[in-house]
Design a protein around this ligand. Structure first.
Ligand code: GSH
Length: 342
C-alpha cells in the first residue's frame, strides 16, 4: 500500500472513531436521570429478598440491588435511587406515565404484556416458578389440590396460570382473587382458602407473613416458568441498552470472576480482553452509551456481581436460603446467561 493510502486509511479510521462518539441517539430518560441526580425505580410493595424496606425505610433485595447497580452505572453512585412501591395492578400505569424510570419488581416477562402494555423486558434477573403454600398435612403437590380453594393476587401471572393449569387437568379448583396481595395471604391465613399461590422464591419470604409459619409448607413442585427482570417503557433505545447491559454486566462479572472485593485489582492487572472491556480499561464501552467508561466498575464495586447479590438477598447468606437452581450461570448448569462484552 502506498504511503498516501495508508495515511488515508488512518485518517478514515480516526474519523470513524470520532463519528461514532458523536452519533449517540438522543436519550431523554438518561438526560432526565442525570439532571435530577437520581434514578426512579419501581419495586414491589414489600417482598423479603426481592424488595423490602426495613423499619428505617432502607430497601434491600435482589431487585433493589439491580437498581442500585444501574444508578452506579449511570450516576457513579449506587445510593442515588428513589424506590417507589407498586402493587400488581399499579405497576403498569406507574411505568407508562413516566413516574418511574423502570420496574425492578418480580415482574414476569410474557408475550401479551410485551405486545400490549407498551413495555419492554430487558433481561432476566430471577427465574421464578409458581407454587402453593398449604397447611401442613393437607397436600404435598399441586395435583392434590382438586376441589381446593386458592387465594391469589388479582392481575398477576399466578392468577392466570393457576386457572390454566387446573382447567387443563379438569380439576375443580376455585381461584379467589384479591386486589391486594396481603389480603390474599391474610384470607388464606384465616382459613378462607385451602392454599395461597405465588412464586417459590416469593413464598420463601412471604411465609414469614403468616401467623404461625411452621404450620404451613411451601410445595417444591412448580407449575410455571416465570422469568422476571427489569422492565422499561417503549422508546428510548439508548436507555434500554444501558438497562439491559448493566444486568448483563453483573452476570458477566460473576462469570469472569470479578467481585466487589477484587474489582480494583482486576482493573489494574487483568490481561483478559473481556475483563478489561467490562471494567473500562479498553474499548470505551461506557462512552458508546453516553456513560463514563467506569460504568460497570462502579456497579460491581458498589453492589457486586450477580452471584454476590443473589447470595446476600435470596441465597444462602439470606433468611430465604434459596439454592441457585436455574439462577445459576449457564456454564454451571443454570439458565443465567449473558451475551459477550465484545
Ligand atoms: N410474577 C408475578 C408477580 C406478581 C406479584 O407481585 N404477586 C404477588 C405475590 S409475590 C404480590 O405480592 N403482589 C403485591 C400486591 O400487589 O399486593 C407477575 O409478574 O405478575
Amino acid at each position: 500500500m502506498s504511503r498516501l493510502s495508508l495515511a488515508l486509511a488512518a485518517a478514515l479510521s480516526c474519523l470513524c472513531g470520532a463519528a461514532s462518539a458523536q452519533q449517540l441517539v438522543p436519550s431523554p430518560t438518561l438526560d432526565a436521570i442525570k439532571a435530577r441526580g437520581h434514578l426512579e425505580c419501581g419495586v414491589h410493595l414489600g417482598l423479603p429478598g426481592f424488595s423490602f424496606a426495613n423499619d428505617k425505610g432502607e430497601w434491600s433485595g435482589i431487585d433493589v440491588d439491580y437498581c442500585r447497580a444501574l444508578a452506579a452505572a449511570i450516576l457513579g453512585d449506587s445510593t442515588k435511587v428513589k424506590f417507589t412501591p407498586t402493587s400488581v395492578q399499579q405497576r403498569w400505569p406507574v411505568l407508562q406515565s413516566g413516574q418511574v424510570d423502570l420496574l425492578s419488581r418480580n415482574t414476569t416477562i410474557t408475550f401479551s404484556r410485551n405486545a400490549t402494555l407498551g413495555v419492554n423486558f430487558q433481561g432476566i434477573n430471577f427465574y421464578e416458578g409458581q407454587t402453593f403454600v398449604v397447611r401442613k398435612g393437607t397436600a404435598t403437590a399441586p395435583k392434590d389440590l382438586d376441589g381446593a380453594s386458592i387465594c391469589v393476587a388479582a392481575g398477576s401471572t399466578e392468577e392466570k396460570q393457576a386457572a390454566d393449569w387446573f382447567r387443563e387437568r379438569n380439576m375443580k379448583t376455585s381461584i379467589i382473587n384479591f386486589q391486594k396481595n396481603d389480603d390474599a395471604i391474610a384470607a388464606y391465613d384465616s382459613g378462607r382458602c385451602d392454599a395461597y399461590t405465588a412464586g417459590l422464591g416469593a413464598l420463601a419470604g412471604q411465609r414469614s407473613k403468616l401467623k404461625d409459619p411452621d404450620s404451613h409448607v411451601v410445595m417444591t413442585e412448580t407449575i410455571s416458568n416465570d422469568p422476571q427482570g427489569p422492565t422499561t417503557r417503549y422508546g428510548d433505545e439508548r436507555y434500554q441498552l444501558v438497562v439491559r447491559w448493566v444486568l448483563n454486566g453483573m452476570i458477566a462479572a460473576e462469570l469472569l470472576g470479578i467481585t466487589s472485593k477484587n474489582v480494583d485489582e482486576m482493573k489494574a492487572k487483568s490481561t483478559s480482553a473481556e475483563v478489561r472491556r467490562l471494567l473500562g480499561v479498553d474499548g470505551g464501552f461506557g462512552a458508546m452509551m453516553g456513560l463514563s467508561n467506569d460504568w460497570m466498575f462502579n456497579a460491581i464495586k458498589q453492589v457486586g456481581n450477580y452471584g454476590e447479590s443473589y447470595e446476600r438477598t435470596v441465597g444462602m447468606g439470606s433468611p430465604l436460603k434459596l439454592a441457585r437452581g436455574k439462577n445459576e450461570l449457564w456454564t454451571k448448569g443454570g439458565a443465567l446467561f449473558t451475551p459477550p462484552f465484545q
